[in-house]
Design a binder for this molecule. Structure first.
Ligand SMILES: [Zn+2]
Length: 181
């Protein structure tokens, strides 16, 4: 999305979205502001993982509100003891309430979560969280013609690595959650 915003700002992209929705990786506030200006659209985040589907949706105040009828989220410390609202957790345990075929109960997601201790100003009564989860860098290479640079999104590289026998990407190895082995 950051690459697309840069292309839009350079007038090389002609799209007119009403809503820009970010998922999979956290969106820093300054990037959210830049995306809103570049696309002239509302920018929101959703939070989830393969084991849960979407677990939370972003509000205009920059918080993620839990979908409480779909998931239970338990922020815990390194010894899996609950941490109170207002404290950043070591990890988070997720229970999927909707998947009756393959129950997912207290699955260690590996993301650090902060639960807002007071009501969110947006008025949504669902618990509001912030997530420090997966974050990958855009790779920058010199252009083949020696002029300028070529930026490669991490997903493009990860897809190639995942299809290479003997190699895989894992979310579980901190402090580099997306490290490839
Ligand atoms: Zn809110």
């Amino acid at each position: 999305m950051r690459l697309l915003a840069t292309e839009e700002q350079a007038s090389r992209l002609r799209v007119h979205p009403v809503l820009v929705l970010s998922t999979a990786e956290g969106l820093p506030p300054e990037e959210r502001d830049r995306l809103e200006v570049a696309f002239g659209a509302v920018v929101r985040e959703v939070y989830g993982c393969t084991e849960s589907g979407y677990s939370a949706y972003g509000c205009g105040q920059g918080w993620l509100h839990l979908l409480q009828d779909w998931v239970i989220i338990e922020p815990v410390d390194a010894d899996y003891r609950p941490v109170p609202p207002g404290t950043v957790s070591h990890t988070v345990l997720l229970t999927n309430l909707a998947n009756r075929v393959q129950p997912i109960i207290r699955y260690d997601v590996g993301d650090r979560v902060l639960v807002r201790p007071d009501p969110c100003p947006c008025g949504d009564p669902a618990p509001a969280i912030r997530v420090q989860g997966r974050a990958s860098d855009v790779l920058t290479f010199p252009a083949a013609d020696g002029q300028g640079e070529v930026k490669v999104p991490p997903l493009a590289l990860g897809t190639v690595v995942d299809r290479t026998p003997g190699w895989h990407c894992s979310r579980s190895s901190r402090p580099h959650p997306q490290a490839c082995r």
